[in-house]
Ligand binder design. Structure first.
Ligand code: PEP
Ligand code: MN
Length: 339
């Protein structure tokens, strides 16, 4: 930790803090700067008491951590980009995937129709919610186990890899039987107990950014997964809450660029939940690729008007080929591999 003193702090103030730091088991290093005096407290913060108590001292300006809250997820820990392989479809390190499918699994016929439209576009990873975390308890909650059974049949018929959301610890085992990749939604992004148990499954995890999470909180959530044994974490930016109401959320593309600098983990973008409106999916997808995204998570439905959830933001699956085609120039400009 670094303790920054106010301008009016005296030598005695600095000495008293320095002595206390030493008693707490750290090695204090006093630096007299032009503007401020600071003390760097050297030691393992996990083993010692937190130094944040010094914030309450009237002559202390601030107490700042030196170490990041996340380690395993950080670029310092691993310089090279992590490449995650979901059934032969690679994400990260120059490999790009479009993961697509409806918001919710509604019926076998609906999923077959989606897959028939997606397969000619070379989409290898299918999304679809069977347990839906809806804001209102009166809204469609997903088909649950019946939805998972549909996904199992679809996987067999179309040989697609499956990603689907886990909303509670009690569903993990059932979801993991079918899913090749587990999704943690924005609402559960900081449900640390769920993250711990999901990590233990040993499958790749798509971790959405919470709608009110800072980048540090998002990366710390990834750290939870990693500490508990999940090394294959895909970060997903899906828009955050702001004052703007023209879109459902505000797509934070700086977070994509920052997450890629701070972390070696792949970062994908979900333009569907960010925009909440189908007319913005293409421009936001192009922008996401240009900002460095390693993939896209996009909602598509054979009959969006009659979708059980998120009707306004799903690309009609008959038009998905045109959407993928319209991304090709940007994908090419970024030198991405899309196998
Ligand atoms: C979803 O992907 O279906 C979903 C519910 O997304 P989010 O958690 O980002 O709202
Ligand atoms: Mn949705």
């Amino acid at each position: 930790m670094i303790i920054v003193f106010k301008h009016n702090a005296t030598e005695e103030d600095v000495k008293s803090v320095s002595d206390m730091i030493e008693k707490l088991g750290y090695e204090p290093r006093v630096i007299h700067g032009v503007e401020h005096t600071v003390i760097g407290a050297v030691g393992d913060e996990k083993m010692h008491r937190s130094l944040e108590v010094f914030k309450a001292f009237p002559f202390v300006e601030d107490v700042l951590p030196i170490q990041k809250r996340y380690k395993l997820a950080s670029r310092e820990f691993r310089r090279n980009n992590t490449v995650i392989d979901i059934g032969g479809h690679k994400i990260g390190g120059g490999n790009f995937q479009i993961i697509a499918g409806p918001c919710s699994v509604e019926s076998l016929e609906q999923m077959q129709a989606v897959c028939r439209d997606l397969q000619p576009c070379h989409i290898g990873i299918l999304r679809g919610g069977t347990y839906k975390p809806r804001t209102s308890p009166y809204d469609f909650q997903g088909l649950g186990e019946a939805g998972l059974e549909i996904m199992r049949q679809i996987k067999e018929e179309f040989k697609m890899q499956i990603t689907t959301e886990v909303v509670g610890v009690n569903h993990i085992a059932k979801v993991a039987e079918v899913a090749d990749c587990l999704q943690i939604g924005a609402r559960n992004s900081q449900n640390y107990n769920l993250l711990e148990f999901v990590a233990e499954v040993g499958k790749p995890v798509i971790l959405k950014r919470g709608m009110a999470s800072t980048i540090e909180e998002w990366l710390s959530a990834a750290e939870y997964l990693m500490v508990h044994g999940c090394t294959n974490v895909i970060l997903c930016e899906r828009g955050i809450k702001t004052f703007e109401h023209a879109t459902r959320n505000t797509l934070d593309l700086s977070a994509v660029a920052i997450a890629k600098k701070e972390s070696h983990l792949p970062v994908i973008v979900d333009p569907s939940h960010a925009a909440g409106r189908v007319d913005l999916i293409l421009p936001l997808s192009r922008a996401a690729i240009a900002a460095g995204a390693d993939g896209l998570l996009v909602e598509t439905h054979p009959d969006p008007v009659n979708a059980c959830s998120d009707a306004g933001q799903q690309i009609p699956s008959q038009n998905f080929g045109a959407y993928v085609q319209a991304l090709q120039k940007v994908i090419g400009a970024m030198d991405l591999i899309t196998e």
